[in-house]
Ligand binder design. Sequence first.
Ligand code: COA
Ligand code: ZN
Length: 302
Amino acid sequence: MRDIHICEVGPRDGLQNAHHMMPTEAKKRWISALAAAGLEEIEVGSFVPPKLIPAMADTGEIVAHARTLPGLRVVALAPNLKGFERAVQAGAHKITFPVSASRAHSLANVRMTPEQMVQEVRKCRDLRGVEGPQIEGAVSTAFGCTMQGEVPEDDVLRIAAALAECCDCVALADTVGYANPAQVRRIFARVRKEIGAKLEGAHFHNTRGLGLANALAAYEEGVRAFDSSMGGLGGCPFAPGASGNVVTEDLVFMFESMGLATGIDFDRLLAAREALVNGLPEEPVYGHTPQAGLPKGFKRAA
Ligand code: COA
Ligand code: ZN
């Protein structure tokens, strides 16, 4: 039994923003190693125009590979109907749509207003058959935006409520690393009051070093599903100043040392980190726990 569900987003959020391309075979090895470490959910890529993000051009092949890994839930990001159709055809189990609460970021990222993007998600939901994939609506820039600055909480609430009507689950994302723990508690509590159990995931970036603090604040507000990225890779190419996600290795250490089971084996996670470094040797990787090692006598959560 897992107390905490971690979705590794490095292969998507990380590689879309990396300065170098990871070869397809190396991606497959990395994803296999992540699954072997106990990650039950991995966002393996996005279905965006290859011209726009060349690092995501092989996502179809990557999804096909990830589907062969037993017990793994394969997640892909789609920015529009075409991306949704490609993701369905590839066989993704869960498809995530980025829906910015900031109008400026929405236009820069998907060339649609937040309202148009909600409509796009609705269209995809209507097209999904009974056997179709799970649909997640991720409210991007939910805690602030580098383009627009402040994002009114009421806008976040409105987008989350609209997404709750057409998605299986809703996540809140701090795309640019502006969030602080008090804000996280307040906004998660407000959205939870509005949409109840449909609110599931938290996606934090560590841009100002508050990734773990924000994750803990979300945990205290009842959140049990977190996105994170191995080595702290990550960032949105269409949000100036966005940098890496909260580091998977440190997030696992935090929860496991608190006695909360993540289902992830730390030694195997380090093996997956090696697969990442081998596949992308020029890219810097971060993380405190991998550098310091586990404390003497450390025991995994039962
Ligand atoms: N996958 C592949 N090709 C796609 C596509 C998709 N999901 N969506 C559109 N295209 C193609 C179209 O077929 C068209 O091709 P053509 O020029 O050969 O006719 C071309 O791309 C332009 O299509 P259009 O619908 O006008 O898209 P756009 O240029 O307005 O871009 C998005 C809109 C949503 C596709 C683009 O902004 C996008 O991919 N954004 C996501 C960015 C991202 O991944 N951000 C980080 C994650 S939060
Ligand atoms: Zn992100």
